[in-house]
Write a protein that binds this ligand. Structure first.
Ligand code: FAD
Ligand code: NAP
Length: 343
């Protein structure tokens, strides 16, 4: 029987370090405990907040419901063929520790995703991506608890509807499933993805045949540590906004006034704009307001140095959205999920 703790401060459970209170908090270590926790909430009509590492949520205020901290652990090789290994990890496993485990066993493909904070179970929610690789590139299937029926369901890749920092679990199936495990399809032979400019640049001094997956992981970790604020020191949730995808014609009209705008092809007549560039150009980089701040090395990262409730960061985000919209006519969408959901 899991322990339901009333009135718990969530500050240490979110990387923005927002000191908000949960009405109830429970940490589940088995699927049975998870099922019981869902029933506990349903019987009391409590809203649910499923919590992994808390690195992609903004807790704007106290949460009047049950927080279920996913602490399901375990990882194993479940299948293999000539070219691939299939490795299953429980949702509560720490993402970077899982990447390191795969490197140790020479299961290749996760190197570019090194050092992303959070849990395995949250990784498919926004199809995590970095340095030219996205989760969907190495995804096989996942299992999830259907919150309504209490049944365990398997989702193959197509049914997850992965997209740029998006999946069906952020859209049509939002809040309907709790992911319990993810199975990855990883390479038996090194499969290096080295095209991302920052990575390519950092590896330019190495002879081609000396570049190994372990080296790629190490270099990715180094770049990240040199550029991104460590949440324990400067609370943050990584990129606060998604890079907007717009049509080429919108880009062309912006380019008339801002020829230096940074964009990347995104297929089907679309382009991806670098949100960090838009925010920087709007004059926000390094600024602070109302206790929240825009990181001085990467304008896409908002920080919460005074460890305030998430609303302070959202107020700053709103101002940034308004000024970017008035300059470029482009809407910035907030990437992390907000709790309690604004009405
Ligand atoms: P949480 O913040 O706990 O949860 C996020 C959302 O997923 C919530 O809505 C939650 O309810 C839901 N959720 C969590 N677990 C489950 C589950 N088992 N079942 C159902 N729903 C669940 N992201 C990237 O994509 N690429 C990056 O390079 C990257 N870099 C980052 C760097 C920093 C410094 C930080 C702070 C964040 C970064 N992020 C990045 C964002 C974040 O790390 C990822 O989105 C990560 O996958 C979130 O995992 P989490 O366990 O912390 O999720
Ligand atoms: P960066 O290298 O300074 O690049 C800025 C932006 O340009 C990135 O957002 C990236 O988009 C885009 N970009 C750069 N080169 C690209 C290319 N060749 N093709 C397509 N898009 C390109 O970015 P950074 O802030 O240091 O982050 C490095 C990587 O880590 C990025 O992949 C980023 O997404 C990831 N990251 C994510 C988070 C998060 O919270 N979501 C936080 C930190 C870092 P993409 O974002 O689409 O790659």
């Amino acid at each position: 029987m899991p322990l339901y703790l009333p009135h718990i401060n969530l500050q240490r459970y979110n990387t923005l370090a927002s000191p908000v209170m949960a009405q109830f908090f429970v940490s589940v270590t088995t699927e049975l405990e998870l099922l019981e926790a869902v029933k506990f909430a349903r019987e009391r009509k409590l809203p649910l907040l499923v919590l992994g590492g808390g690195s992609n949520i903004v807790l704007r205020d106290d949460f009047p419901g049950l927080v279920i901290h996913i602490h399901l652990l375990g990882k194993d090789l479940v299948n293999e063929d000539d070219d691939y290994v299939y490795v299953k990890a429980a949702a509560g496993e720490n993402w970077h520790e899982f990447v390191e485990y795969c490197l140790d066993y020479q299961y290749w493909g996760l190197e570019n995703l090194s050092l992303i904070p959070g849990s395995v179970g949250a990784a498919p929610i926004q199809n995590i991506g970095a340095y030219g690789v996205e989760l969907e590139n190495v995804f096989s299937e996942l299992t999830a608890l259907d919150v309504q029926s209490g049944l365990s369901v398997t989702f193959v890749k197509d049914s997850c509807q992965f997209n740029y920092r998006d999946s069906v679990f952020k859209g049509a199936l939002k809040d309907k499933y709790i992911i319990t495990s993810v199975t990855f399809k990883l390479y038996k032979r090194p499969h290096l993805v080295l095209e991302y400019p920052a990575l390519k640049n950092a590896l330019s001094g190495y002879a081609e045949d000396s570049i190994t997956p372990n080296l790629v992981s190490e270099v990715v970790c180094n770049i990240r540590q040199s550029k991104l604020p460590e949440p324990k020191q400067i609370p943050n949730v990584g990129s606060f906004f998604k890079n907007p995808i717009v049509s080429e014609s919108i880009l062309q009209s912006i380019q008339k006034n801002y020829p230096a705008i940074v964009s990347y092809p995104a297929g089907e007549g679309k382009v991806k704009l670098a949100a960090g560039w838009l925010i920087d150009c709007a004059g926000w980089k390094g600024n602070n307001e109302g206790g929240a701040a825009v990181h001085d090395q990467q304008a896409l990262v908002l920080t919460n140095p005074h460890r305030l409730k998430g609303q302070a960061v959202l107020d700053l985000a709103q101002k940034i959205q308004a000024s970017v919209f008035s300059l470029f006519g482009v809407e910035l969408e907030i990437e992390p999920r907000i709790y309690p959901e604004p009405v």
